[in-house]
Design a protein. Structure first.
Length: 202
């Protein structure tokens, strides 16, 4: 991980989706797919287009500070933006990062989109960046997210109590998961078995 990674962030893609670096120009298309249910277990809540502008601007700022790589998710068939995800807590010395801040248009939740995104990001982390650990956290109340994380083969490490105070004042517990480099081959195989040719980069 060097400065070039943040100055010229990658585009990741397979046959069905494309992850492109998030920019301020994505505020309106992201707000167009916004829905209150998306933010139920998120750290903040986006209600207005101004909220979305601030949310995107903060993500872009984190990239400029070399702290995160935020992406928007594009459906290649229609060139439609269907969600967003990011890598953050990127640590060059410890060769680790966290994958999160992921949400999708309600019509694409619980579809191949999430699996494809996770595969592309994990493949990039382990095969391009040569990381040894990728972690994921989710709200203890978000059982759907926990099930999705477990389906990809991440290992549950435990519960972080009072991990964060959300913008609405709620003090959440977070469930912590990880995938390490030694586990990536088996996790990768699981993706391939579920998604076939589409799991691979094109």
């Amino acid at each position: 991980m060097d400065e070039g990674l943040f100055q010229q962030p990658p585009t990741l893609e397979n046959g069905r989706i494309q992850l492109i670096p998030m920019e301020l120009e994505h505020v309106q298309p992201l707000f167009a797919i916004n829905h209150p249910s998306i933010w139920k277990f998120m750290l903040t809540e986006v209600k207005t287009e101004t909220d979305m502008y601030n949310w995107v601007a903060r993500a872009v700022q984190l990239r400029q500070q070399q702290k995160a790589l935020p992406f928007v998710v594009i459906l290649k068939e229609t060139n439609q933006i269907v969600g967003t995800t990011r890598l953050y807590e990127l640590n060059k010395e410890q060769r680790s990062c966290e994958l999160g801040s992921t949400w999708y248009d309600r019509h694409f939740q619980r579809t191949y989109v999430n699996s494809d995104c996770k595969y592309l990001l994990l493949q990039y982390c382990f095969e391009e960046l040569k990381l040894i650990r990728v972690q994921l956290k989710t709200d203890e109340r978000n059982l759907r997210s926990q099930q999705a994380i477990e389906r990809i083969g991440a290992v549950k490490e435990g519960l972080l109590r009072n991990e964060r105070i959300l913008d609405n004042g709620y003090i959440r517990n977070a469930v912590l998961y990880s995938i390490i480099n030694d586990e990536w081959p088996s996790v990768k195989q699981r993706f391939f078995e579920r998604n076939g040719k589409y799991a691979q980069k094109q």
